[in-house]
Design a binder for this molecule. Structure first.
Ligand SMILES: Cc1cc2nc3c(=O)[nH]c(=O)nc-3n(C[C@H](O)[C@H](O)[C@H](O)COP(=O)(O)OP(=O)(O)OC[C@H]3O[C@@H](n4cnc5c(N)ncnc54)[C@H](O)[C@@H]3O)c2cc1C
Length: 435
């Protein structure tokens, strides 16, 4: 049986910061992540190789700590009983026991349907970034980066550094909102410096504000290959030829594990996040949550929330005033981010009746818009019942139709039957005798 005093799910910035803070107490700390390396989304490829010194420092501290164990390629499937998690490893499954749990499961991209969004060559913005960081070749490819948020700039910089030709960055937010967001960066000088660095890296690339992709087009021969995108730019429609369209409309917190454990969540403007108190504690006394799971706020907020959660879970709650002040500052940044890049109504009205919304089960907008709830749509169309279990279409249907997702089902991610059998609880002699 594997037991940890404090178990952290997710080895992104929040999880690493939580684990480091918790490990200082001398307790036995476990960190689980389904990726081969720690680092989460932003430090993909491993924290040891990042230019951000915070990543390297965190990783070295954890790597050298005798009371910390990192379980990579380990995915949480469900919670069979209080203070237990059932996980899938590359070869099997097992049960992990804990006293305190810190959820740092991060976020995923929000994808919205528009005509042609399922064509090969159309990806999420962060999706193409992650692929290229993993070695997928983009050198010489013409890429349109579109959607909304500062992530588009980071994506374009990553792709350009790997040899892609960025045709344009298409930002749906209007210029006045962006100008207000830009002025607000003065309150967070490190973000202002980051923005200037990105501007330098992206020099020469057209940045169209107040613009959005209306459709991804294949060629006249209907080859099912992306040829171009049709962009609404102010009042005109422009066609841009490209090999890839990397399009994402912000991020959505990963809350499924928290929900499966019974933690309360709240929803605002199409975004559901885990509810926490000032110690990052959920409504379940031994379960904490930190980072993007509590709401989208960026790496700095994730780090400080992780640290508070780690300290709170290990009982080291003295001298946290500075951390609370930092968290307040980064939460204000998160609010400015939300206001600056609020979605415009037009991007929610692009799907045509024949546009697929649930791409796992091939369910289109015309079939869905007649339903009044996620449950009704699921029962009649199988929307959200494919391999992604609504992770992609759920974010879109919440915004397009106002549906709240139904309760989470276990396993929370697709799992091998073998790993669930291997990790099934053993029967006690009394149970065997009773049969
Ligand atoms: C696709 C994408 C690309 C991004 N790129 C950038 C960028 O270039 N620059 C930038 O500033 N910000 C980027 N961000 C935002 C960035 O992720 C956050 O600001 C920050 O990393 C959040 O840290 P976190 O620790 O909360 O979550 P994350 O970094 O997302 O880490 C969460 C970790 O939890 C793991 N996990 C989740 N569920 C489970 C489970 N059931 N079992 C096991 N492990 C699990 C995930 O694999 C992941 O490693 C990106 C976000 C996304 C979604």
């Amino acid at each position: 049986m594997k037991y940890y005093d404090i178990l952290v799910v997710g080895a992104g910035p929040a999880g690493l910061a939580a684990a480091q803070a918790a490990a200082a107490s001398g307790r036995k700390v476990g960190i689980i992540d389904d990726n081969p390396q720690a680092g989460g989304q932003i430090w993909r490829g491993g924290p040891a190789s990042q230019s951000d010194a915070r990543a390297r420092t965190l990783w070295l501290a954890l790597h050298d700590a005798p009371n910390v164990e990192f379980l990579s390629q380990t995915r949480v499937l469900y919670a069979p009983a209080p203070q237990q998690l059932q996980v899938q490893t590359p070869v099997s499954g097992m049960t992990l026991h804990y006293q305190r749990l810190i959820l740092a499961t991060g976020a995923r991209e929000r994808l919205l349907p528009f005509p042609g969004w399922t064509l090969p060559g159309v990806t999420g913005a962060g999706g193409l970034q992650a692929l290229s960081k993993g070695g997928y070749p983009v050198a010489g490819k013409r890429v349109v980066v579109a959607g909304t948020g500062p992530l588009l700039l980071a994506v374009a910089a990553t792709l350009r550094a790997r040899g892609a030709e960025i045709v344009a960055i298409i930002e749906q937010a209007p210029m006045p909102a962006l100008a207000r967001f830009g002025a607000g960066l003065l309150a967070t000088p490190s973000k202002a410096v980051q923005a200037l660095q990105l501007a330098r890296q992206l020099r020469g690339i057209p940045y169209w504000t107040d613009s959005y992709v209306r459709a991804a087009l294949d060629d006249a021969m209907k080859t099912q290959e992306l040829q171009a995108v049709q962009v609404q730019r102010g009042s005109s429609i422009v066609t841009l030829e490209c090999d890839y369209l990397a399009c994402g409309y912000g991020l959505l917190p990963n809350v499924e594990l928290a929900q499966a454990l019974g933690a309360a969540t709240h929803s605002r403007k199409g975004q559901t996040a885990v509810s926490i108190d000032s110690w990052q504690q959920t409504c379940i006394s031994d379960v904490y949550c930190a980072g993007e799971g509590t709401g989208i706020g960026g790496v700095d907020l994730a780090l400080v929330e992780g640290r508070i959660a780690g300290l709170a879970a290990s009982g080291a709650v003295a001298e946290t005033e500075t951390l609370f002040r930092q968290r307040t500052r980064w939460r204000k940044f998160a609010s400015r981010l939300e206001r600056g890049f609020a979605l415009r109504a037009e991007v929610l009205a692009l799907a045509e009746d024949s546009t697929l919304v649930c791409r796992c089960e091939d369910v289109c907008h015309g079939d869905l818009k007649t339903h009044s709830s996620w449950r009704s749509a699921k029962l009649h169309t199988r929307c959200g019942m494919g391999p992604c279990q609504g992770r992609i279409c759920g974010g879109a249907t919440e915004l397009l139709y106002g549906w709240r997702p139904a309760a989470v089902r276990s396993p929370i991610v697709p799992a091998r039957v073998a790993s669930m059998i291997a990790s099934a609880p053993e029967e006690t002699p009394d149970q065997q005798a009773a049969q």
